[in-house]
Design a protein around this ligand. Structure first.
Ligand SMILES: Nc1ncnc2c1ncn2[C@@H]1O[C@H](COP(=O)(O)OP(=O)(O)OP(=O)(O)O)[C@@H](O)[C@H]1O
Ligand SMILES: [Mg+2]
Length: 248
């Protein structure tokens, strides 16, 4: 459903993505594993189109020059130059790393805001599903989002993305900064989403250990380049992957 060919992204003269290609089949979970500054967020922002917004903003300010080469095809359509909103309409939704949700609104309001493009009964149904997926959120319904813990905010962020009803969900480091217990909760929820909704998931992470067991295919990214790819099992058994990405 997603075909990425020879992506190159430059911030001024520094290359953040270097000839990166990958294929995502419909219905599975694909991971992009890389350490700090490997290019994970740049990849996610390039897929979702956010980088086009950033590029235009920088141009207007006369700031840094962002250059993008390569091609992104989503469900047979070349979307390389589409704005983020156009990609959302086609079913592609990104959960950003440390995403600022609406801190002054309560949890339930945040979920409703996320669904604003859809019909009310559909939003209500989607919100019910979010509460089924994350029962912890039920008693936090009327808490201001800004007062939620990091893990609770991460659950809310994923919930908000689900309310948009994506066909492709992009998760940028959803486990970042969470306790092992919270990580397990999120990994279980991601598995459940994949099984129950059949939507396709692309997840970026720094630590491979909690992620590899649930994925269909994984790509290792280093300095913006893809250095290795394989099934979850293949990557789990690879000594280089173990050495580099199985840290605490
Ligand atoms: N707006 C920007 N301007 C200049 N350089 C940038 C910009 N955004 C990212 N970079 C650089 O591009 C490279 C890739 O960054 P990116 O944020 O994509 O990595 P990452 O894998 O998401 O890292 P992390 O695990 O820390 O989130 C880094 O060297 C970073 O410094
Ligand atoms: Mg990042």
């Amino acid at each position: 459903m997603l075909e990425i060919s020879n992506l190159m992204v430059f911030y001024e003269n520094a290359v953040a993505l270097n000839d990166f290609s990958m294929t995502v089949q419909s219905g599975g979970i694909v991971a992009v594993i890389g350490s700090n500054s490997a290019g994970k967020t740049t990849l996610m922002n390039t897929l979702s189109g956010l980088i086009i917004d950033t590029k235009l903003k920088e141009q207007r300010k006369g700031g840094e020059r962002i250059t993008i080469y390569g091609k992104i095809v989503f469900n047979g359509e070349d979307i390389t130059d589409l704005y983020p909103s156009e990609r959302v309409k086609r079913g592609m939704v990104l959960c950003r790393e440390r995403h600022p949700i609406f801190p002054e609104s309560d949890l339930l309001e945040n979920l409703w805001i996320a669904g604003y493009l859809r019909k009310k009964p559909e939003i209500r149904k989607a919100i019910d599903y979010v509460f089924e997926l994350f029962p912890t959120l039920v008693r936090l319904k009327s808490r201001k989002a800004g007062f939620l813990s990091g893990g609770e905010q991460q659950m809310l962020t994923i919930g908000m993305a689900l309310v948009v009803k994506p066909t492709l969900l992009l998760l940028d480091e959803p486990l970042l900064g969470l306790s092992p217990m919270m990580q397990t909760t999120l990994v279980d929820a991601i598995k459940k989403i994949s099984l129950e909704t059949g939507l396709t998931i692309v997840i970026s992470e720094q630590f491979a250990r909690p992620i590899l067991p649930m994925i269909d295919h994984g790509y290792i990214i280093e300095n913006g380049m893809m250095t290795l790819d394989g099934t979850g099992l293949e990557l789990m058994e690879n000594p280089e992957v173990k050495g580099a990405y199985f840290g605490v």
